[in-house]
Design a protein around this ligand. Sequence first.
Ligand code: AQP
Length: 333
Amino acid sequence: PERVLSGVQPSGDLHLGNYLGALAKFARLQHEIPTFIFVADYHAITVWQDPKKLKDQVREIAAAYLATGLDPKVATIFAQSAVPEHAELAWVFNCVARLGWLDRMTQFKEKSGKHKERSSVGLYTYPVLQAADILIYKATKVPVGEDQKQHLELTRDIAQKFNNDFEAPGFFPLPDPLTQGPGARVMSLRDGAAKMSKSDPSDYSRINLTDDADAISQKVRKARTDAEPLPETSEGLEGRAEARNLVGIYAALAGVTEAEVLKEFAGQGFGAFKPKLADLAVSVMAPIGGEMRRLLADPAEIDRVLADGAERARALAAPTMAEVKKLVGFWGG
Ligand code: AQP
């Protein structure tokens, strides 16, 4: 059976890239396929998180899920650390995955930067835990941004090697990434060559889910662009990363294609386009921020959703783990 799984780390403010690349897709998919969406707190601690704040950060992501349209009666929403089978399966997968596979992961290189020796071991094996997150539910579809494509390929390699090594053909499915659409790779508003990211020191590089209408408009107005008018076709955006990014954001927010945006705005400069984009961004994003603030004012509702989701998730994860233990040959398996 088809099953969707995805998650977001509680490690900073969510932004438009997370929304378009991931959250907006979750809300659509939940009505088509059984959907499991978690808050990745195990993943978050691969870099230091303040223990006094982590629980609230988890609630904030859960609030974002609800505010962007996930329905806890339809989708299963939970915190990763409430389902310890994720970590248990990750250990087995650590022994299936090869060092050479992990050495190729570009995200580790980017995130560890010049301080590889001082990075946590968890940051290095992060994609292995990600494989466990997905496969503990035998999920088949994973809606994520393009930056996660490489990790998804690793998940498929791990699934295949596990199935081979333990002579269990088809035991784990080989999941497909769902990375299509104009929001799959949202770039920084300050630099068309860098992806929009939580960890960018400049707040003007991103639109946060919790930004109010004024902040959203101001960030769009100040976004870096060029002086050329918008072209008639996509080819005219070649070599114009900032322009392409704003057109892509407009398309994703409006639910249309890049070509349709260009058809409407061809020949106009960014002086005319930006206010339209700002209005659109405010109309989509500001209500999400408002709803998040409402939900967070009394976290009892969020905690109920997470507790219920954890129970439902464990009901599925525990039998998979029991089967894995048998296949591996563990005592008590
Ligand atoms: N710029 C982006 N465009 C489209 N999708 C994006 N995602 C992230 N950035 C973009 C997608 O958002 C989901 C959640 O990501 P995460 O919180 O698990 O971690 P991340 O990918 O590390 O997010 P950031 O914002 O880029 O954080 P930092 O700055 O810490 O690296 C994923 O599906 C991701 O693809």
